[in-house]
Design a protein around this ligand. Sequence first.
Ligand code: NAP
Length: 245
Amino acid sequence: MKDKVAIVTGGTRGIGRAIVLELARNGCNVAFNYAKSEELAKTLVTEVESLGVKALAKQADVVDFEAAKSMVAEVKEEFGQIDFLINNAGVTRDKLLALMKESDWDEVINTNLKSVYNFSKAIIMTMVKQKSGNILNITSVSGIAGVAGQTNYSASKAGVIGFTKALAKEVGKAKINVNAIACGFIETDMTASLPEEYKSKMIDMTSLKRFGNPEEIAKIAKFMLSEEAKYITGHVLTVDGGLAL
Ligand code: NAP
C-alpha cells in the first residue's frame, strides 16, 4: 500500500478511525472526512503523519454531493491520485416503524446510502481513467437479515449491498474492485448506547460470544484493498463473529 492514496468517509471515530490508522501504518496516504469531530480530526491527522505518510482531514457532510465532489477534487490536487475509497460513514436512528419519524428515515437513508452514491460518483471517473481502483463499502448484517427497530438502517445497508454488486459489474472491465464488509456488533460509539440487556442478548446470539472491535474490521478492510484480494469483486464479506449464522 506504500504511496497509495485512500479516502475514508467518517474517519474520526470507530471503524473509520481504525481503517485510517491501519492504512497509514501500511504506508498509505489517507484523507478522511467527518461531520462534527474537529478536535478528533486534528489529533488523528497528527497521529497519521507521525506514521510517515500524508493526511488530510475535511469537515464535509457525506449527504452533500457538492461537498463530496469538492473533497475528491482537493485530494486529487493534493495527492495526485486516488486508489481506494472506503464508504464508512453511517448513523442509526433506531425506532419501531410505528414510531419512526420521516426525519429518522431520511437521515439514515441519506447518511448511509446516498453518501455511497455521492462519493463513488465523485470518484469513479478518476478510477476509470487510471484503470485501477478499489471501493470498499461498510455495510451491516442488519442489511442482510433485517433487524426489528431498524427498518431505516436495514434498508440503507441492504441498499449498499445492491449498490456494491451493481457497480462491481459496471466497472470490472476498468480493473476496479467493488466490495463490502457486513459487520456484526462492533464496539464503537454507535453500539455504546444500546441497553445493556440488549447487548447481552446480542453477545449470546454471537457464536464467538463477544462484540468485535474496530481494529478487527480494519485488518479485513486492509486485506480487501490489497493486491492479495485483487480477484475478489462484488463480494459481501460478513465479519460478525458468527452472529448471522
Ligand atoms: P461511529 O463510531 O458512530 O462513527 C461514525 C463516523 O461517521 C464518525 O467519524 C462520524 O463523524 C461520521 N459521520 C456520521 N455522519 C456523518 C456525516 N453526515 N458526514 C460525515 N461524516 C459522518 O460509527 P461506527 O460504529 O464506527 O460505524 C462505522 C460504519 O460501520 C457505519 O456505516 C455503520 O453503519 C457500520 N456498522 C457499524 C456496526 C457497529 O456495530 N458499530 C455494525 C455494522 C455496521 P463525527 O465524528 O464528526 O460525528
